[in-house]
Every structure is written in structure tokens, then in C-alpha cells.
Design a protein around this ligand. Structure first.
Ligand SMILES: Cc1ncc(COP(=O)(O)O)c(C=O)c1O
Length: 391
């Protein structure tokens, strides 16, 4: 049967009908261990009872009101975010892409209001991913993403990942901001070393430009800190968040300092659904849980265990895997064969992983994965790798 759905995804023939924590249940009853979490979305696992309760309670009261009115759930989540981060202001979106759009607008508007409208250029790393809107594909800039979608939105410059001299050389009097992922996700789980992030912060301060961090994939506890930049002990001016913050409910946000957000006054931006009571009620429960230091301690401990076990897996299957990289529970297995083949073998072994660029297999389990589930994950990945070796 041909599908009526626009065929922009190469979908696996799996029909999941239920989720329970780190598990996805196929309609034929098979239980898959989910090390993808919907690409870092289900941060607290599937059908988390606490989130189900918050969602259903709110659903019984009020789903949507316009942003023409005050929304207490939105205020509460914004306060939880500003209490726990560098930020003074928050705007809620429905996705990471929309967060990217606003981050770009905010940076440009900042300079416009400062009387420097020529400062519109944003420098990004090649190999980055910021979403699929016209601004987000221009920000990433890869041929694969922009081809056929011209004219490409102007004002973006790209430098090679980790190329500091490239950043220095690219900055000019029209530069508004630097936009980077502290840990590249789609690009192949590449954490930017702490000293690089510190260097970029310093560079932005010296040149008087804004630092925008895209923490859509690496934020919300994923790396073992509430936000990944905390590892480097630096703060951005603007930050994009999405995925994990809604625990599975579509929710995103832009966080910013008072100064960086100062151009965004009444009438400059909006969203019909952004910050709706349902999403914000769930998001508040997610942040309350994940911002807790005890919770993050456990994430770090589980991450250490998973990483150690993955190193063992690599050692046992040197023809399939080359090495482990990443930060916290945002881990990548560099493969010696096509990661898509490993993902497929994983399906046969009933374990879900996600491919990324640079020959990397992504592992983004729920942050509350248990030690037993980690052991089971390794057993299943081992089974998949063994099957690949005997092809
Ligand atoms: C780092 C990063 N930024 C932005 C996005 C876009 O987010 P969304 O798909 O919610 O629009 C993604 C999605 O994968 C991402 O990984």
C-alpha cells in the first residue's frame, strides 16, 4: 500500500503501540529496548507515570489559551528555567527549529536596536544541525540540506568544526553572533572540548558579539549537567532548547539574558501554540525532576557505566566498532561499517539506536535508564554485532 504521508523519511517497518520507561512495544508484542528516546526526546522514558499524571490533570482543565492572556503554567516553567540557568528571559516554542528561528531573529534585532543594523552575520560550524526551516538550513549550510531550497537565507558563514583560527578569521564588523552546538548531535556526537567553548566565549567577549548555544539535543540533563555548557563553566547569551524539555510533548524554548533579549519587545515575535498550558505543565515537571542534583548524579553514574560497557563492546567487536565518544548519556559508537546496517541489526536484536553523520551510531537512552537495562542493552548490542560479523 502506498502511504498518504509525504515520503521525507526512510521509515523502518516497525509499528510501536506502547511505551514503558526505556521500552517500546511493537504491535506483534516484541519489546524493544529504546536507546534512542525518539532522538533525545523521551528524557524520562515512555509514559512516565508522573508526566502522565501532570498531563492528564492539565488536559482535564485547560489545553490552550492564546498568548494574548497570562498563562500561569508558562510563567512557572520560565521561572524554573531562569532559576536554574544563566537566563533572565524565556520564550516558548513548539520545536527546536522554531527556537533556532527566534535565536537568529533575537541576535539580529539586538544589534539593530543598538544602532548597528549591519551586524547580521552569524558564524556556525560546518556539520552542525539546527533544524529544517529556511534559517536553520542556512545556519547549517550543508549542500545536502540547502540544495533545491534556494534562495538560501543570507548572513551565515561556516567554519570547520573546532577551527578556532577559522572563527578569528571569519569575524568582521558585520558579525552578530556565533551559533554552535556544545555537543554536535546529527553531526556525529562530537563534544566541543571545554577549552574550545571557553575560547569562543572569550572571543565573543573580546569582539563584542553574541554567543548562541544550540542545546536542543545536548541539553536538559542529557550530558549529566542540566545544560552541556555548564561542563565548561561558561554561559551563552542566547540558548536554544527543545526535545527533552517536553519529555515527549512538543515543546521548545529560547533562553536569553536580559541584555541579549532586549530587542524583543511587544509585537516582535509570537506563536499560537508556543507556551500552551499542556506543554508547560509537562515541561515544569520534567525540569523539576531533571534539575535535581541527585537525579543528575545518577545520570552521570549511569553514563559512566554505559560508557565503560560500550568500551568493552568495542573491544569485543573491532571489525564493527572503532570507538566510543560523547558526553554523559549522549554517546556515539564510531562504526567500521555503515551505521545504518548496525541500526538494522539492532532491530533484529530488539534494541533501538539512531544513526548520525561521520559513521556514528547514536545512543541516547532515557536519562533514568536502570543498571539492569544498561546490561541488557549491551547484551542486545553484542548480539547485533555478532550477527553482523557472521554476515
Ligand atoms: C541540535 C539540534 N538543533 C535543532 C534541532 C531541530 O529541532 P526540531 O526537530 O525539534 O525542530 C535538532 C533536531 O534534531 C537538533 O538536534
Amino acid at each position: 500500500m502506498t502511504s498518504s504521508v509525504l515520503p521525507t523519511y526512510n521509515r523502518a517497518p516497525l509499528h510501536f503501540v506502547k511505551g514503558e520507561g526505556a521500552w517500546l512495544i511493537e504491535e506483534d508484542g516484541r519489546r524493544f529496548l529504546d536507546l534512542g528516546s525518539g532522538i533525545a526526546v523521551n528524557a524520562l522514558g515512555h509514559a512516565n507515570p508522573e508526566l502522565v499524571q501532570v498531563l492528564t490533570e492539565q488536559a482535564g482543565k485547560l489545553w490552550h489559551v492564546s498568548n494574548l492572556y497570562e498563562i500561569p503554567q508558562q510563567e512557572a516553567l520560565a521561572t524554573a528555567l531562569t532559576d536554574n540557568t544563566f537566563a533572565d528571559r524565556v520564550f516558548f516554542t513548539n520545536s527546536g527549529t522554531e527556537a533556532c528561528e527566534l535565536a537568529v531573529k533575537m541576535a539580529r534585532k539586538y544589534w539593530y536596536e543598538k544602532g548597528q543594523p549591519e551586524k547580521v552575520e552569524i558564524i556556525t560550524f560546518s556539520g552542525s544541525f539546527h533544524g529544517r526551516s529556511s534559517a536553520a538550513i542556512a545556519a547549517a549550510g550543508s549542500e545536502k540540506m540547502v540544495k533545491g531550497f534556494g534562495p538560501v537565507l543570507g548572513g551565515f558563514q561556516h567554519v570547520d568544526w573546532g577551527d578556532h583560527d577559522g572563527f578569528h578569521a571569519a569575524i568582521n564588523e558585520n558579525t552578530a553572533a556565533i551559533l554552535i552546538e556544545p555537543v554536535q548531535g546529527e553531526g556525529g556526537i562530537r563534544p566541543l572540548p571545554d577549552q574550545c567553548l571557553q575560547g569562543l566565549r572569550k572571543l565573543c567577549d573580546e569582539k563584542g558579539i553574541l554567543l548562541i548555544l544550540d542545546e536542543v539535543q545536548c541539553g536538559v540533563g542529557r550530558t549529566g549537567k542540566l545544560f552541556a555548557h555548564e561542563w565548561a563553566d561558561v554561559t551563552p547569551d542566547i540558548m536554544m532548547v527543545a526535545k527533552g524539555i517536553g519529555g515527549g510533548f512538543p515543546l521548545g524554548a529560547v533562553l536569553a539574558t536580559e541584555e541579549a533579549s532586549s530587542g524583543m519587545v511587544v509585537g516582535t515575535h509570537g506563536s499560537t501554540y508556543g507556551g500552551n498550558p499542556l506543554g508547560c505543565a509537562v515541561g515544569k515537571a520534567v525540569i523539576d525532576r531533571i534539575a535535581d542534583e541527585g537525579f543528575l548524579d545518577t545520570v552521570r553514574a549511569r553514563a559512566g557505566l554505559l560508557r565503560q560497557r560500550l568500551e568493552g563492546l568495542v573491544a569485543s567487536h573491532p571489525d564493527v566498532f572503532e570507538g566510543v565518544r560523547g558526553l554523559g548519556l549522549m554517546l556515539g559508537l564510531r562504526c567500521r561499517i555503515a551505521p545504518a546496517d548496525v541500526v538494522k541489526a539492532g532491530y533484529d536484536a530488539e534494541v533501538i539506536t539512531v544513526p548520525a553523520a561521520d559513521n556514528v551510531l547514536r545512543l541516547l537512552p532515557p536519562l533514568n535508564i536502570t543498571e539492569d537495562e544498561i546490561a541488557e542493552a549491551i547484551t542486545r548490542l553484542d548480539r547485533a554485532a555478532t550477527a553482523l560479523e557472521s554476515r
